[in-house]
Design a protein around this ligand. Structure first.
Ligand code: IPE
Ligand code: MG
Length: 225
């Protein structure tokens, strides 16, 4: 979800108003995810590097996340959406941490969509913390994934199929680096406050048109020897 600040400033409004509109967009996108055929949706809400932003913007974002969780919890229960907050929990405000735990507990039976919100998240920190936990033990990919799951509270860690980045930047910014090993990348200039369900469906349609070989060759090529 990138582009909130630029969207607002280009309209002569404070960056924070872009975040408010961006939070509304989250609702429409979450509600259209199932129609788009998505079972797990991870939103990059706040990276571990976003703490570098001005204190006012950071505290506004923390309040906004809490307000979002409080206002969406019941809707998520009705719509079968299970919420999980992934990332570190020791640096976010205590009130937000408690609300995140309540949101997770309240929505835990949701089966239609796994909604994961990355908050104070860094893929590299996550890998380092997982590596610290395994110190000395023989390591397999599966064991490492389980450790990453533990340190980020993320539920089962799944490979990402499609990564969509809005806002015109073409980089990963420390997001789900392990899980994106074979992700299809989709970059759009659309700023997050203007991202629509139709944009989501367009991205998914392009994803389905991609030829995913995972290092192999196309079946027809393999058959032809
Ligand atoms: C939203 O967009 C992402 C958050 C960290 C909340 P940005 O705040 O990164 O917006 P731009 O990139 O400055 O436009
Ligand atoms: Mg940005």
């Amino acid at each position: 979800m990138d582009g909130n600040g630029r969207w607002a400033t280009s309209r002569g409004r404070p960056r924070t108003s872009g975040h408010v509109v961006g939070a509304r967009v989250v609702r429409t996108i979450v509600e259209s995810a199932e129609d788009a055929g998505i079972g797990t949706l991870t939103l990059y809400a706040f990276s571990a590097d976003n703490w570098k932003r001005p204190t006012r913007e950071v505290s506004m974002l923390m309040r906004l996340f809490r307000r979002y969780l409080l206002s969406e919890m019941d809707r998520c229960v009705q719509n079968g959406v299970r919420m999980r907050i992934i990332g570190r929990r020791d640096r976010i405000p205590a009130e937000l941490r408690r609300t995140a735990e309540t949101a997770e507990a309240t929505t835990r039976d949701g089966r239609r969509l796994d909604l994961r919100i990355a908050l104070d998240y860094s893929a590299r920190d996550c890998m380092v913390m997982a590596a610290e936990k395994c110190a000395g033990r023989p390591l397999t990919r599966d064991a490492f994934v389980r450790l990453m799951n533990e340190v980020t509270h993320s539920g089962p860690v799944r490979d990402v199929d499609l990564l969509i980045r809005t806002g015109g930047e073409q980089r990963l910014s420390d997001f789900l680096l392990w899980e994106c090993a074979y992700a299809e990348l989709y970059f759009t200039d659309r700023m997050w406050p203007e991202f629509t369900p139709a944009d989501l469906i367009a991205a998914v349609r392009e994803f389905h048109a991609r030829d995913r070989r995972f290092g192999g060759v196309q079946e027809s090529v393999a058959a032809a020897g």
